[in-house]
Design a protein around this ligand. Sequence first.
Ligand SMILES: *[C@@H]1O[C@H](CO)[C@@H](O)[C@H](O)[C@H]1NC(C)=O
Ligand SMILES: *[C@@H]1O[C@H](CO)[C@@H](O)[C@H](O)[C@H]1NC(C)=O
Length: 314
Amino acid sequence: MASSGIIVFIFPVLCICAVKSGFVKVECKAENVGHYGQQSLLECVVKTSSDVNDPNIRMVAWKKLTSPEDEGDLVLGFKRGKLDEPKRGYRFAEPSWNGKNMNVSLLITNTAVADEGDYKCIVITDSGDDNMVTTLKVQAKYSVPTVYSIPEKIVPNTDSTLVCESHGGYPQGTIRWFDEEKHEWTASSKMEAKQSDDGLFQLTSRLSLLGGSTFSKYTCAVFNASGGKEDEKTFEMPPPPPSSLGGEHTASAYTSKVVAPLVVIGSLIIGLLLLLLYKRRSQKARRNSTAPLMGTPIFGHIITALLFLLSNLL
Ligand SMILES: *[C@@H]1O[C@H](CO)[C@@H](O)[C@H](O)[C@H]1NC(C)=O
Ligand SMILES: *[C@@H]1O[C@H](CO)[C@@H](O)[C@H](O)[C@H]1NC(C)=O
């Protein structure tokens, strides 16, 4: 009987403890997006059940985690009624925040690429404690691309390269190439991404162009990490100079000048051969019979035809 009395006595005490620590909850936005060089907000609020009135926050610790298991670096702390070693550039988002304010959001005043990562918000109140991890993703917009050619002055019918550059973006993006008919030429290009000390990326893409098979315009477009187009720049290929156009004309004129006499000479030779063959046969026929020559007028016809052809072609 004595033991059951003890159980009856202990049970409510356990219940009160369990319920009490469950009364405080830190709720954060799972993922926050910050922009390079601007303010970033990591949103967290402390929720208490309705029967806790006038809750008081005794301690807050905002820690940047370098891995999910580690202790983390304290970036903003509040303890015994005052701020505890706050790191420069980190503060409570609420102006003049105090222990009565349940909005414990963290504000990063000048976001850097290095600020990206997981943050743990630990809260102790007079009615219980809780903690929560939230993530900051940093984004930086790529510059409007610039395009230039190698060689600077493109020589018609020789190979050349177009170089497109865009910098200051994060996370790593891509450069794609299109012609004026919107066909993609990225497969003929090679892209390089370099990360500078501030963590931002510089993208450089080289598009190889074969001489004599180019479009009049090429567009270089920068896409961010999630595939959104950020900006583009169109490069106009120099028009083929008139001297090269003339060159093409003289080339075709040259071929016709060479080919025409060849045709004439060829047909002349064939004609003469046929003539010889015919003459021989008819001479044989004449020796074998005294019949009148049927073929004689044909020679005349062939010669007239050949003369006509010649006069036309030359
Ligand atoms: C917390 O405070 C920040 C800064 O004042 C504000 O932008 C945010 O909306 C607040 N969050 C909530 C849930 O009230
Ligand atoms: C990419 O660009 C789109 C459209 O501009 C934008 O909505 C998105 O947030 C950007 N994403 C990144 C990672 O920069």
